[in-house]
Write a protein that binds this ligand. Structure first.
Ligand SMILES: Cc1cc2nc3c(=O)[nH]c(=O)nc-3n(C[C@H](O)[C@H](O)[C@H](O)COP(=O)(O)OP(=O)(O)OC[C@H]3O[C@@H](n4cnc5c(N)ncnc54)[C@H](O)[C@@H]3O)c2cc1C
Length: 370
């Protein structure tokens, strides 16, 4: 171990550190507040041959009831610095900074680029991992640089925006290099006095009549929409115990979208449910597929259910265990697969589950609980 006095705790319960509020303990656990402590944590895991999991705000993780047999590193590296470069402000934030506070601060400072991402729970360090996105904006549009430690070697690494391989809910950090880096700092390129982004229909409707909306009005509009869906994890707001969207919106061939159109409309879909992607495929609304496969908002099985306000959100009610959440996710996945031949992939990171638990060949390991 290095020069810091890193405290390692054994058998730390993780449920209260996640927004689902379910799941077991981590065999080892450390909170890191500096790059030096992060390096020590990486070394601790390396010398013992332990898998290492980086936890931020726990808002995109489902921990299994059996917990995690490795080292969980709670990232609380703070500190924000900025400098001006032409019409941009380069704002560099410690990975453990709270994302909502960071987005609010940027809007208040008149910086454009992440106003539609206000109200997303979690930390700065997780923002590039799944390329957080909402209401027509993605963080990849503003990321300038990501600083990290390579977990296997403890070496520092810096990724420019183009090296992050950003895509829809995707980056190098959750695909080719998943679990390989501990992100310590992220720098965003935000525009001074930039015009806010109002591309999303629901947001446009809400802001109608506000003339040329200000950054603050856009942020407030986004927060109001989130609040109404029970998706605002903030004091004074009721929020379901969940991790936001459980599944990603799948990309499918345009031909397949045409074939599905009638079934989806017959199931009651109104409005747009598929959007063209640069790849030539179409991004399809997973919520719409779930509804068309026979589920409704508020569907409940035991202590887990689909949110009464959004079919794509799985909720853990009072008394829920992780197994109930995963069983419901499997049921949804199975029915959509049966009806459309499309395998919904989880957006949520599963910790301590067998890799096959949300894949079609999983049945033998996780029989559907009826
Ligand atoms: C109510 C609600 C609404 C949501 N709405 C949205 C939304 O609109 N759009 C959206 O994109 N997401 C949304 N989410 C999902 C979630 O908030 C984001 O994915 C968020 O970025 C997760 O941040 P976190 O710090 O909580 O990450 P965690 O849940 O702690 O971790 C998520 C993943 O990132 C990794 N990770 C975290 N920090 C680091 C780090 N420093 N270095 C390396 N890896 C790291 C973890 O290992 C894990 O794989 C929502 C979640 C909830 C509960």
């Amino acid at each position: 171990m290095g020069a810091t006095k890193l405290e390692i705790v054994e058998n730390q319960p993780l449920a209260t550190l996640t927004t689902f509020g379910v799941g077991g303990s981590s065999r080892y656990f450390a909170t890191v507040r500096s790059r030096g402590e992060a390096l020590d944590a990486v070394e601790f895991a390396r010398f013992r041959g332990l898998p290492l999991f980086v936890l931020g705000g726990g808002s995109n993780v489902l921990v299994s009831d059996e917990g995690f047999e490795g080292l969980t590193v709670l990232n609380r590296i703070r500190g924000i610095e900025d400098r001006t470069e032409g019409e941009f402000r380069l704002v560099s934030a410690g990975a453990g900074e709270d994302w909502q506070e960071f987005a609010d601060r940027s809007v208040s400072a008149g910086l454009q680029g992440i106003e539609c991402l206000a109200g997303i729970p979690g930390t700065v360090g997780a923002s590039p991992v799944q390329n957080i996105g909402a209401y027509g904006q993605e963080v990849s549009e503003s990321v300038d640089e990501v600083e990290a430690l390579e977990i296997e070697t403890g070496k520092s690494a810096v990724f420019g925006r183009d090296e992050c391989s950003f895509g829809y809910r995707k980056s190098i950090f959750n695909s080719a290099c998943a679990g390989k880096y501990l992100i310590t700092r992220v720098t965003y390129r935000l525009k001074e006095r930039g015009k806010p982004s109002v591309l999303y229909g629901e947001l446009q409707n809400r802001l109608e009549g506000s003339g040329e909306a200000t950054l603050g009005q856009v942020r407030d509009g986004v927060l109001a929409i989130r609040g109404a869906k029970g998706l605002l994890v903030r004091p004074g707001h009721d929020c379901f115990r969940c991790a936001g969207s459980f599944f990603k919106n799948p990309a499918v061939a345009a031909r397949q979208v045409k074939e599905m159109e009638q079934q989806v409309r017959e199931a009651g879909a109104v409005g747009r449910w598929a959007w063209p992607l640069d790849s030539g495929e179409m991004k399809v609304s997973a919520a719409c597929l779930i509804q068309s496969a026979g589920f409704c908002r508020g569907y409940r099985r035991g202590n887990a259910g689909l949110s009464p306000r959004h079919t794509l959100v799985i909720v853990a009610y009072e008394g829920a265990v992780a197994h109930e959440v995963i069983s419901l996710a499997q049921e949804v996945q199975e029915k959509v697969l049966e009806k459309f031949g499309i395998l919904l992939r989880p957006e949520v990171r599963l910790l301590g589950f067998p890799p096959s638990c949300l894949a079609p060949e999983r049945q033998s390991q996780f029989p559907l609980a009826r």
